[in-house]
Design a protein around this ligand. Structure first.
Ligand code: FAD
Length: 295
C-alpha cells in the first residue's frame, strides 16, 4: 500500500489559509496551499484587526509586523447624521487589564498576506501554489485526496488533512456536503477609498460610524502606502440598481458630496461593490476536512 504523505493540504491562500499554513509550517508540519488566483489579491477588504486577532497574531510572532504596516487606533465613534452630533465614543484603552492590545490596528488584509508569503518563502515545510484551483475532494480512512486544475493540467494530491479556507463560495465546504444556512442581504455595500484627509479637514478620528434612518456611512482610515494614508467610506446600496450605474464617476462624486460636501472633486483610489452574506456552516470539521474563515 502506498504511504500517505504526512502533510496538510490547504485550499485557498487568503488571510485565513496563509495563517493556517504559517502556523503549521512553523511547527515543521508540511503544507501545500493552492489558490486559484495567479497572485495575491490586493482589493480593499478587511482593514480592522481587533484585539482578539492581535493576540492570535502575537502567538505567531506576527503582531509587530502588522503594527509596523498599520495604524494603532484605540478610539471609534458613532455619529448621528441628521444632527451631526456625536452619539458615543468607545475607547479600547478600557480593556487594558484584559488584553495586551487595547486598540485595533488598521492594516489592509493584503499586507498581512504579503507578510505571510514573504516569511514562508524560506520555510521548507511550506509550498504555495497560485493558479491552482481545487475542484474535488475525496476522503478515505487515513487520507484525503483532492483534484486540482493547474496550468499544467489536472493533478491529484493526497495528504492527512484538508483545510478549506477557500472563501464564502468554498468548493471544499460544498464537496464535503457541509450545509451553509443563512441568507444574502439584498442591500449591497459600496466602498470608496480616497486620500482626502477626514482627520485634518473634518476632525474625524480613524474609525467612524455615521448613523441615519435613510442612508448610513462608515469612514475609516487605513495606512495605504504611507502618509497621508487612505480613507475608506462605505455606503448601503439598493438591490435593484445595476452595478455599472453605482460605479460611475458621477454617481460616486455625488455620493461623497452628499455626505461630505467639499469645494473640490474627490480623488478616488478604489471603488468596489460588495454583497453581504449572513450564513454559518453546520460544522467546521467533517472527518479529515476542516473549514475555516469565510468558508
Ligand atoms: C469591504 C469589506 C470589508 C471588510 N472589512 C473587514 C474588517 O475590517 N475586518 C475583518 O476582520 N474582516 C473584514 N472583512 C471580511 C474579510 O475580508 C474576510 O472575512 C476575509 O477575507 C476572509 O478570509 P479568508 O481567507 O477566509 O477568505 P478569502 O479572503 O475570500 O480568501 C479565499 C481564497 O481562496 C481562493 N479560492 C477560492 N476558491 C478556491 C478553489 N476552489 N481552489 C483554490 N483557491 C480557491 C480565493 O482565490 C481566495 O484567495 C471585510 C470584507 C469586505 C468585503
Amino acid at each position: 500500500m502506498e504511504r500517505v504523505p504526512e502533510r496538510v493540504l490547504i485550499s485557498g491562500g487568503g488571510p485565513v489559509g496563509l495563517i493556517c499554513a504559517y502556523a503549521l509550517a512553523k511547527e515543521n508540519i508540511p503544507v501545500i496551499v493552492f489558490d486559484e488566483n495567479s497572485e495575491l489579491q490586493e482589493d480593499p477588504r478587511a482593514a480592522t484587526t481587533h484585539p482578539a486577532t492581535l493576540e492570535l497574531l502575537a502567538e505567531l510572532d506576527l503582531v509587530g509586523k502588522v503594527i509596523e504596516q498599520g495604524l494603532i487606533c484605540p478610539i471609534f465613534r458613532f455619529w448621528d447624521r441628521p444632527t451631526g452630533n456625536l452619539v458615543a465614543e468607545f475607547d479600547h484603552e478600557l480593556l487594558r487589564d484584559d488584553t495586551d492590545y487595547p486598540y485595533v490596528v488598521q492594516c489592509e488584509q493584503f499586507k498581512l498576506t504579503r507578510i505571510l508569503i514573504d516569511l514562508m518563502r524560506s520555510m521548507t515545510a511550506a509550498d504555495i501554489r497560485f493558479s491552482h484551483r481545487v475542484t474535488s475532494v475525496l476522503q478515505e480512512d487515513q487520507s484525503v485526496s483532492i483534484e486540482v486544475d493547474s496550468p499544467n493540467g489536472i493533478n491529484h494530491f493526497q495528504g492527512r488533512y484538508l483545510i478549506g479556507s477557500d472563501g464564502g463560495r468554498s468548493t471544499v465546504r460544498t464537496e464535503a456536503k457541509i450545509p451553509f444556512k443563512g441568507f444574502t442581504w439584498a442591500e449591497r455595500f459600496l466602498v470608496l477609498s480616497t486620500p482626502f484627509d477626514f482627520e485634518a479637514q473634518r476632525g474625524m478620528c480613524h474609525r467612524n460610524y455615521i448613523s441615519d434612518p435613510e442612508e448610513w456611512c462608515n469612514c475609516f482610515k487605513v495606512a495605504g502606502d504611507g502618509p497621508p494614508g487612505l480613507w475608506r467610506t462605505v455606503y448601503p446600496e439598493a438591490a435593484d440598481v445595476p452595478e455599472a450605474d453605482l460605479l460611475t464617476d458621477e454617481y460616486i462624486q455625488n455620493k461623497l458630496q452628499n455626505f461630505f460636501p467639499s469645494r473640490d472633486k474627490y480623488d478616488i483610489v478604489h471603488r468596489n461593490l460588495y454583497t453581504v452574506h449572513q450564513r454559518v456552516a453546520a460544522t467546521f470539521r467533517k472527518g479529515r476536512v476542516m473549514i475555516a474563515g469565510d468558508a
